[in-house]
Ligand binder design. Structure first.
Ligand SMILES: CC(C)(COP(=O)(O)OP(=O)(O)OC[C@H]1O[C@@H](n2cnc3c(N)ncnc32)[C@H](O)[C@@H]1OP(=O)(O)O)[C@@H](O)C(=O)NCCC(=O)NCCS
Length: 368
């Protein structure tokens, strides 16, 4: 721990209950993400208010790629610990660890290590970012390493701006194992219990709903017990206000032998605020694995990408050109979905690259 910073925020631990888990007794990844975010929000808000300054609430701005190292089961206790590891002028880096504990045998396992970035927002003015009190580092190298991580995530943020144009449309009679077969959406009215003191949604609530949708997509695709394996870095660009209606949509973008990549979008409709139109608040990629009854990873059915572009070709429109919430011009029944091809980027981490693969076009006659 960095010297002089807050004591780590240690939660007393919580017993995992049946409503935290799927039918096979594995705790949902979204529950764990929500606990991680709560611990991060507590420690960073506490730190940002530790000196005489403007009262503020720390808002989740980013979660680095998070791996789920082993499943947590009903009856086990999840212990969450958080530590502030770096502060920039306006942001706080928090490292959160989750450990599962079997309280009958005493066996403990590290299940998650996550890095989150929070930005303090003034209690008086939600749009004002306030300054973060600096922490004291035990060693000079800790500060240098933290600065390096800060610079890296800033660069990554520039590279991975949201893909605002993408929309998910319902598909009639989809063929099994195509994108349309498993794509799913949830609609949620944002209530007070979902929100921070400033009246916008907690990042953990959003991530839980995103994981729920990704889980439905994965289960529909392979019809087995599925678990979250990892979540790619998520940036929270826009606040979602209390009273908004949010639509969380997910679609399968890639399958490898034993894993599925699912893209999830969160669109917010702040209909109580007439001045604002529906907007894309968050998007992220989740990776899921299908498990056998013995808990071993199973091969997954391969994703079939089909496109019937009749109306689109005839009209010259492209689905990506459609604005959020609107259908593209033409009468296509199947939408041309970009397939995400997983590649290793220069840092050796899996990342999504948009491309088109295995696209089958139906011949159309164009009347002149
Ligand atoms: C986080 C937020 C306030 C930043 O607003 P902004 O207009 O980008 O602010 P600024 O450009 O002035 O940046 C302020 C600080 O935030 C940091 N920041 C901004 N976006 C960030 C991100 N995605 N990840 C990490 N840090 C981020 C900047 O680096 C800067 O810190 P620095 O000056 O020390 O470098 C804004 O993006 C927001 O409101 N996001 C939604 C937050 C939220 O609702 N969270 C819950 C999830 S639903």
């Amino acid at each position: 721990m960095a010297e002089g910073c807050e004591l780590p925020c240690l939660s007393p631990g919580r017993i995992m209950r049946p409503d935290d888990a799927n039918f096979a007794g594995n705790v949902h990844g979204g529950i764990i993400l929500k606990m991680i975010e709560e611990a991060g929000a507590i420690i960073s808000t506490r730190h940002c208010n530790s000196q005489d300054g403007e009262p503020c609430v720390a808002a989740l701005a980013r979660v680095e790629r998070t791996d789920f190292l082993s499943p947590v089961c009903i009856g086990e206790v999840a212990n969450v610990s958080a530590e502030i590891t770096y502060t920039s002028r306006h942001s706080v880096e928090v490292q959160v660890n989750v450990m599962s504990e079997n309280i009958l045998t005493g066996a403990k396992k590290v299940t998650n290590k996550a890095t989150l970035w929070y930005v303090p927002l003034s209690l008086k003015n939600v749009n004002k970012v306030v300054e973060v009190p600096p922490i004291q580092y035990a060693r000079k190298e800790q500060e240098e390493e933290g600065k390096k991580r800060y610079e890296e995530q800033k660069l990554d943020r520039l590279e991975t701006k949201q893909r605002n144009g993408d929309v998910i449309f319902p598909i009639i009679n989809p063929e099994p194992h195509t994108v349309g077969y498993s794509q799913s959406s949830l609609i949620h009215l944002v209530g007070p219990s979902d929100c921070t003191l400033l009246g916008f949604v907690h990042g953990g609530v959003t991530m839980k709903l995103m994981d729920e949708v990704a889980g439905i997509v994965a289960a529909r695709h392979c019809k087995t017990n599925i678990v979250t394996a990892s979540v790619d870095a998520i940036n929270f660009h826009e606040k979602i206000k209390k009273g908004s209606v949010i639509t969380i949509s997910g679609r399968m973008t890639f399958t490898s032998n034993k894993s599925m990549e699912i893209e999830v979008f969160v669109d917010a409709d702040p209909f109580v605020d007439e001045a604002r139109e529906r907007y894309r608040a968050v998007s992220a990629f989740f990776t899921y694995v299908s498990l056998s009854k013995e808990g071993k990873p199973l091969p997954v059915p391969q994703l079939l990408v089909r496109a019937l572009c009749t109306g689109l070709r005839a009209s010259g429109a492209s689905p990506a050109a459609a604005a959020p919430g609107q259908s593209p011009a033409g009468s296509a029944q199947h939408i041309l979905f970009p397939s995400i091809i997983q590649q290793k980027n220069m840092r050796g981490r899996a990342s999504g690259l948009v491309g088109f693969a295995f696209v089958i076009f139906t011949p159309v006659s164009i009347e002149t």
